[in-house]
Design a protein around this ligand. Structure first.
Ligand SMILES: NC(=O)c1ccc[n+]([C@@H]2O[C@H](COP(=O)([O-])OP(=O)(O)OC[C@H]3O[C@@H](n4cnc5c(N)ncnc54)[C@H](O)[C@@H]3O)[C@@H](O)[C@H]2O)c1
Length: 418
């Protein structure tokens, strides 16, 4: 079996951590049990480009149980958990090509290693696998019947490919399922981003000015959690509706140029480029901490920052001190890569339970329906989304009401008024 990981010797820790995550993933567990029995993915080769975490390990094991051959590489050079990679290779015989801290060349070598296995379904987080297939490995496109996409940035890239007529196979946008972004992007990113910032800095959040750039699903969760820890949250936005929502949620909203002067912490979660420009860096207070939790590190103008840096040192793990020409110091966390995965462990398993239940069921959906699908980006079928919410509630022991016949009639009629 081919693989490329840091150290097989890390397996024992990885196995325990995968088990720990498994305990908080009851929905995925119920899917795994059915998959073991029915083997609905028999004959499928799946190329997955995902953050190699304990939760991803549980997804890979589930897909494997369904009969798929699974090959896994990282969707970010800094997000791999090397112990998990070791456990997957040694204990579960799932080939992994991922090493935490790999350089860009190795990152793409690993994506190519997955394509060498001729996947019929791709599973992406950020669309790098799809992008390589459509640009440098076009001969291998013929093997692919469909794919799934995990995150907002990936869905945006794929929608653009579909619009330009260059997408070669159907993709299901897992990110857009309600049981994904309502919870993963909001509560997952909210908690794990704070976790990453705290682990990297051990600074006090209470009483600080915490600037959240972008008030989408991730930004709302992050602002909520930072506020819960006693920070004065400032939001920056470009979308009037989102900015208005942030104001009504009780946060101060202002342009980044103004926020730059007052922030103690800055976290970008926009999916956009150069959200914190070199001009913003220059305006920051001495000691400001800057991180990104959006998919790519392009949200911070790190090249611009390099040009105005006179001295640079790693002051703590994942914390680089830049002394700027104006004499002030700023601290960039995790090379500007998603801080919740670079310095912490990514989302808690309980939210990934739903995201990855969507991945497992959408893989089955593509396998069964690819012949009727066009080369477009599709939403997750509503029945899958509802079923996951139902299973999650059941696993949490939460019961809800059902509509009475009278209510059903009332809600579907336009005759009954005051
Ligand atoms: N860290 C993680 O684990 C994790 C998890 C889920 C999503 N993501 C990534 O986080 C990013 C955001 O995802 P989302 O689901 O919140 O997206 P979203 O589309 O819901 O929100 C993004 C928001 O950023 C705003 N924005 C865009 N440019 C801006 C700018 N220059 N300044 C201020 N605001 C700006 C947009 O108006 C929008 O409201 C994406 O890159 C996504 O892939 C990361």
């Amino acid at each position: 079996m081919k693989f490329d990981i840091k150290d097989k010797g890390l397996r024992e820790v990885g196995v325990k951590r995968i088990e720990w995550a498994h305990m908080a993933m009851p929905v995925l567990e119920s899917i795994r049990k059915r998959f073991e029995k029915d083997r609905p993915l028999e004959g499928l080769t799946l190329g997955a480009c995902l953050h190699v975490t304990t939760e991803t390990a549980n997804l890979a094991i589930t897909l494997n149980a369904g009969g798929a051959r699974v090959f896994l590489c990282a969707s970010n050079p800094l997000s791999t958990q090397d112990d998990v990679a070791a456990a997957l290779v040694t204990e579960f015989e799932i080939p992994v090509f991922a090493i935490k801290g790999e350089n860009d060349k190795t990152y793409y070598d690993h994506i190519n290693a997955i394509i060498d296995e001729k996947p019929n379904v791709t599973m992406d987080d950020g669309a790098d696998l799809v992008s390589v297939l459509h640009s440098k490995r076009t001969d291998d496109l013929k093997n692919v019947m469909g794919g799934t996409e995990e995150t907002t940035t990936g869905v945006i890239r794929l929608a653009s490919m579909a619009e330009n007529g260059v997408l070669n196979y159907p993709i299901v946008a897992v990110n857009d399922a309600n049981t994904k972004h309502f919870f993963d992007n909001r509560y997952g990113t909210g908690q794990s981003t704070i976790d990453g910032v705290v682990r990297a800095t051990n600074r006090l959040i209470a009483g600080s000015v915490f600037v959240v750039c972008g008030y989408g699903w991730c930004g709302k969760g992050l602002a909520m959690r930072a506020s819960g820890m006693g920070a004065n949250v400032v939001v920056t936005e470009v979308e009037p509706l989102m900015a208005l929502e942030a104001v009504m949620d009780g946060f101060r909203v202002m342009p980044i140029a103004e926020a730059a002067e007052i922030g103690d912490f800055f976290v970008t979660v926009t999916g956009d480029v150069n959200v914190i420009s070199v001009e913003a860096f220059k305006r920051m207070k001495d000691g400001a901490v800057v991180a990104n939790s959006g998919h790519f590190n392009v949200e911070l103008d790190l090249e611009g920052l390099e040009k105005i840096t006179t001295k640079k040192r790693e002051i703590r793990e994942f914390t680089i001190e830049h002394t700027m020409k104006n004499g002030k110091r700023v601290y960039v966390l995790g090379e500007g890569r998603l801080i919740n995965l670079a310095a912490a462990e990514g989302h808690p398993a309980a939210v990934m339970d739903m995201s990855f239940a969507n991945q497992a069921l959408c893989t089955e959906y593509i396998f069964n329906n690819h012949e009727t699908l066009e080369n477009k980006v599709y939403p997750v079928p509503i029945d899958i989304d509802r079923e996951i919410a139902r299973l999650k509630l059941a696993a949490m022991g939460v019961r809800i009401d059902t509509l009475t016949p009278e209510q059903q009639e009332y809600l579907s009629s336009w005759h009954i008024g005051t």
